[in-house]
Design a protein around this ligand. Sequence first.
Ligand SMILES: Cc1ncc(COP(=O)(O)O)c(C=O)c1O
Length: 434
Amino acid sequence: MARNDNRFMTGIASARTALACNGGPPVRDPARPWPRWPAPSQEAERNLLHVLHGDRWTLTAPLGRAESFERRFARMFARYTGTRHCVPVDHGSSALVIALESLGLRPADRVLVPALTWTASASAALRAGLVPVLVDVDPVTGCVGPDDLDLDVDARAVVAVHWSCAMADIPAIADVADRHGMVVVEDCAQAHGAEWQGRRAGSMGRIGCFSMQQGKVLTCGEGGAVVTDDDALAPRLEELRADSRRHRSDSGRPGEQELVETGSIMGVNFCLGEFQAAVLCAQLEILDRQHEVRARNFAVLAALVDEIPGVRLLRPAPAQTRMSIYEVPFVFDRLPEGMTNADIARALTAELHTSFYITDTPLHVTPLLRPWTKSTLAPLADQFVALHRDRTFPNASRFYEHSVVTHHSTLLGSEPDMADIAAAVAKVAALVQD
Ligand SMILES: Cc1ncc(COP(=O)(O)O)c(C=O)c1O
């Protein structure tokens, strides 16, 4: 049927009025619930009560008889990521700040950061006295690739972000970075447990940084961690997050302090509290089971979406051997006439009664990355502005304008839930005219 055929146009108009957001019947019965998030384990409750009724609410309190949850989590998470050291912190942003500070770069050195990420990936560089330089991302995975690294700006580090459910190719990025004097910091805020050819996110760059903020697959509300195999960096990272103090080398006696005033590099207080660490120890125990459920559902959903013309799920690169699904991007090659992807997100939310939304605003257009609004950042801001005058980010912009995402908790549901999602996506995709 031709696009200007009257019957075709009438068909499109009635398909539009059939959308739940326009008063039509929704794909899914609103009474059917979705999985809740956060999903606390029973052990989390026991651990929290243990902290509440004990005398150590923070690692800076005097030593007790038992190991702190903070120390226990550090051991567990180093093992989970396949690294030698883990330094827990209060936020993923703090993890990135101390990671960059620990490298001993010069003031205002440049750091490459992909445009498609949360603002903290770049604002951390500014907080560490460095200048973030935004680069574009791979058109398939949405992650920075080796060819995206701008070698003309003489950067000293790259913050390689694993985005949504895909991973950046860290071995290939490290190969380029090594040859050009850059250090690779992995931003794994969205990738706990993801694997690239069997290697865990966070274990391939010099340092890996994680966020445990509420939306993340491993969460305690607000939290973070840095991991590394580098024995020289680990004590620096400890000092940078604990007012220049480091863990004592012996186990100490009850009543003594756990941190000693070593002061080899000046830090601030980014310590993780015991309540958060207690929750993380418990949640880490159930993370892999949750990963399995999400991976199974992702496979079901991907097969269903493959049948819908013009829409695809973001697929990781073949070398990614395990997904950690933080968000699921649905990429619409073309948008229905008169609709933006934000309209599609609203339509899907109305059909399914679970939140669909657009990705974080890319950093070249976000209102959140404006260093010139803070007087102490002025010298870095001038360079930031000058460096970005003529830059474009077509792949990041395309993801921003053509994809709609849902949170990983939606994938903790059942196969029929995946069928509902696919049916709603098909209903909206049918509005795209040939
Ligand atoms: C890619 C990325 N990096 C860094 C962060 C910052 O983590 P936090 O919010 O824990 O400071 C986030 C959080 O959303 C993120 O998604």
